[in-house]
Design a protein around this ligand. Structure first.
Ligand code: HBI
Length: 101
């Protein structure tokens, strides 16, 4: 069962994710990032890769796609907030997004 990030874990992990564009979600213990890709095909390719990573981690994003935009929110439903699973998936998504921002 995943556990909520401690204050120390948050201080260690969240600033670096902030540097790559992840933001706190008002009113939720969650993080959010939006990517703009070249086109829908590139956005969908990212989502396909990210979906496989999510399955491998057994941890799934809340996400929305509008053409070349992918809007991702990460939080751990099993513990009602951010856990290390969210940090791992966020890092994995950043790594596979390529040059898109
Ligand atoms: N994904 N974001 C998120 N949060 C969860 O708690 C979660 C999940 N994917 C799978 C999962 N939990 C399963 O472990 C539980 O539904 C059994």
């Amino acid at each position: 069962m995943p556990t909520l990030l401690t204050e120390a874990e948050r201080a260690a992990a969240l600033p670096a994710l902030g540097d790559t564009g992840w933001e706190a979600v008002p009113g939720r213990d969650a993080i959010r990032k939006m990517w703009r890709f070249e086109d829908f095909s590139q956005a969908w390719g990212f989502m396909s890769r990210a979906a496989l990573a999510a399955e491998a981690l057994n941890h799934h994003p809340e996400w929305r796609n509008v053409y070349s935009l992918v809007d991702v929110v990460l939080s751990t439903h099993d513990c009602g907030g951010l856990s290390m699973r969210d940090i791992r998936l966020a890092r994995r998504m950043d790594a596979m997004a390529g040059g898109a921002e």
